[in-house]
Design a protein around this ligand. Structure first.
Ligand code: COA
Length: 342
C-alpha cells in the first residue's frame, strides 16, 4: 500500500426546513426561553418530517460536499455515515445513501459512536486514505435525534436537533492530518443512552413505548462534567501528538452540545472566543452532525485559510470522546454558501 497524505476537498451541510424554537418549547413544556438560552446557548433547532429519514438529510449534505469537491458521486471509493439514528436498525444508512447517490457497489458502512461520530469517522476515513486503501472517501455525520427524544422530559427535549454535515476526503501530496486522540469508557453507559430496542433487554413492547423507554435518558450534570474534562484532555493530547500547543490553533471546531461546555473548555485552553466556532444557537445539539455542519459554515464564511490549524473535538454517549488536529490544506469552495436546502 502506498502511504499518502489526505486533505478535505469538499464540505457541505443540510438541515431540514422545520424549526423548533424556544418559544415552541415554552408552549410544550415547563421551560422558558431565558432558561434554555442562559443554560445552553440554544435558540432553535431543525426537525425532520417523517418523509425525511436520516439518509435523506445525509443525501443533501453529501451532494453539497461532492459539488464542493468538484467531483461526481461515481468518483467516491467509500461512503461512511456516522449516526446513532439510522434509517433502520440495519442495514447501514451509508448503504442507503450510496443507493440514493446512484453509486451501488461503492463500499459503505456506518460508525455508531454517538456525538463523537465525526471525530472517529475523520480518524478512520483519514487512515483509509493515508494508507492508500481508498483515494476518496465521503464522510457524513447525519442525525435525527428528534426521533429518539422524549418531548415530555425538559432536561433533554430542549437540547437536540436534526441535521447533516459532510466532507469529501481525498489523497493529497501534502498531509492535513496531524494527529488524533480517541477514547471510550463504557463502564457506565447509562449516563447517556436509550434503554430498550437493543439486545440487552427483551424486545421492545407497548409498555416500553408508553413509558418512553425507547427515548434518550441522560444524567446531565455528569455528562457536563465529563464533557468539559474530556474536551480539554483530548485537545491537549492531540496537540501534543502533533507537536503543537493551543497557541497554534487557528480554529477550534467543537461538538455543539452546550455553549457553557464550549466556553469552559475554551477558557481553560486559553483560546479566545473569536477562534472558537459556535453555531449552537441555530441548530442545538445535532450529535455526529454538529462538527461537520460547523465546518461547512466556517468554510462558507471564508474564514478558513490555507495552512490554518483546525482542532476538531467531540464527546458523547459511550461515554466517548476524541480530538483531531488538522492543517487546512488548499482552497475549498462551499457549495450553496451553506444555505439550508439541498
Ligand atoms: C442538561 C443541562 C443543560 C442542565 O443544565 P444545568 O444547569 O446543569 O441544570 P441542572 O441539571 O443542574 O438543573 C437545574 C434545574 O433546572 C431544571 N431544568 C432542567 N431542564 C430545564 C429546562 N429545559 N427548563 C427549565 N428548567 C430546567 C432542573 O429540573 C433543575 O431544577 P431543580 O433545581 O428544581 O431540580 C446541562 O447539565 C448539560 O448541558 N449537560 C450536558 C448535556 C450534554 O451535553 N449532552 C449531550 C452530550 S453529547
Amino acid at each position: 500500500m502506498n502511504a499518502t497524505g489526505v486533505r478535505i476537498a469538499g464540505v457541505g451541510h443540510h438541515v431540514p426546513k422545520g424549526v423548533l424554537t424556544n418559544a415552541d418549547l415554552e408552549r410544550m413544556l415547563d421551560t422558558s426561553d431565558e432558561w434554555i438560552t442562559t443554560r445552553t446557548g440554544m435558540k432553535e433547532r431543525h426537525i425532520a418530517t417523517v418523509e425525511e429519514p436520516t439518509s435523506e438529510i445525509a443525501l443533501g449534505a453529501a451532494r453539497q460536499a461532492i459539488a464542493s469537491a468538484g467531483i461526481e458521486a461515481k468518483d467516491l471509493n467509500c461512503i461512511i455515515v456516522a449516526t446513532v439514528t439510522p434509517d433502520y436498525p440495519f442495514p447501514a444508512t451509508a448503504c442507503i445513501l450510496g443507493a440514493k447517490l446512484n453509486v451501488p457497489g461503492v463500499p459503505a458502512f456506518d460508525i455508531e459512536i454517538a456525538c463523537s461520530g465525526f471525530i472517529y469517522g475523520l480518524t478512520v476515513a483519514s487512515s483509509l486514505v493515508r494508507t492508500g486503501v481508498f483515494k476518496r472517501v465521503l464522510l457524513v455525520g447525519a442525525e435525527e435525534l428528534s426521533r429518539i427524544i422524549n418531548y415530555d422530559d425538559r432536561s433533554t427535549a430542549v437540547l437536540f436537533g436534526d441535521g447533516a454535515g459532510a466532507v469529501v476526503l481525498e489523497a493529497s501530496e501534502t498531509d492535513s492530518f496531524l494527529s488524533s486522540e480517541l477514547g471510550a469508557d463504557g463502564t457506565d453507559p447509562k449516563n447517556l443512552y436509550v434503554e430498550v430496542g437493543g439486545t440487552a433487554l427483551p424486545p421492545i413492547c407497548a409498555a416500553d413505548i408508553e413509558g418512553k423507554r425507547n427515548k434518550v435518558v441522560m444524567n446531565g450534570r455528569e455528562v457536563f462534567r465529563f464533557a468539559v474534562t474530556k474536551m480539554i484532555e483530548a485537545t491537549n493530547v492531540a496537540l501534543e501528538h502533533a507537536g503543537l500547543t493551543a497557541k497554534d490553533v487557528t480554529w477550534l471546531i467543537p461538538h455543539q452540545a452546550n455553549r457553557r461546555i464550549i466556553d469552559a473548555a475554551a477558557k481553560h485552553l486559553d483560546l479566545p472566543s473569536d477562534r472558537v466556532i459556535v453555531n449552537i444557537d441555530r441548530y442545538g445539539n445535532t450529535s455526529a452532525a454538529s462538527i461537520p455542519i460547523a465546518l461547512s459554515e466556517t468554510v462558507a464564511s471564508g474564514k478558513l485559510k490555507d495552512g490554518d490549524v483546525v482542532l476538531f473535538v467531540g464527546f458523547g454517549g459511550g461515554l466517548s470522546w476524541g480530538a483531531v488536529a488538522w492543517r487546512w490544506n488548499g482552497t475549498v469552495k462551499a457549495s450553496m454558501n451553506g444555505k439550508v436546502g439541498g
